[in-house]
Design a protein around this ligand. Structure first.
Ligand code: HEC
Length: 107
């Protein structure tokens, strides 16, 4: 009995471990959420930043934007993001840039 219970809990334990480390993941999917939660707030057609989708710039333009590290309307914007979130955001923008293989417009 005790043994089979332990076996039943093992997958749950592994799942919770996997979820626990998911917060620090760096990937395109997280980057899309970062974009929607931190950029879409202003960058909509009627927002103060105007509409902006990843596919509006080429990979080189996005890279240059981050190199300047100074956002025109909101200078401190990237400092608010964790290092992982910034990496994910850059990955997402790079992945969906105008000259990327699989550009998507992101809503
Ligand atoms: C507090 C509002 C706000 C937030 C949040 C915001 N922006 Fe902006 N953004 C602006 C404003 C205002 C401008 C200036 C628009 C202009 O000059 O026409 C701008 C300009 C830009 C530009 C230059 C536009 C161009 O065509 O060259 C880029 C790129 C940009 N933002 C990207 C981002 C990204 C990426 C994020 C998320 C990390 C973000 N912005 C978050 C308000 C915001």
């Amino acid at each position: 009995m005790a043994r089979s219970l332990r076996i039943a809990f093992l997958p749950l334990l592994l799942l919770s471990l996997a979820l626990g480390t998911a917060g620090a993941a760096v990937n395109v999917k997280v980057g899309k959420e970062v974009f929607q939660n931190n950029c879409r707030t202003c960058h909509t057609a009627s927002g103060e930043g105007g509409n902006l989708s990843p596919a509006e710039k080429t990979r080189a333009q996005w890279r240059r934007f981050f190199k300047k590290s100074e956002h025109p309307g909101q200078p401190g914007i990237f400092k608010q993001l964790s290092e992982e979130d910034t990496k994910s955001l850059r990955l997402f923008l790079d992945h969906n840039a105008a000259d990327a293989d699989h550009a998507e417009t992101c809503g």
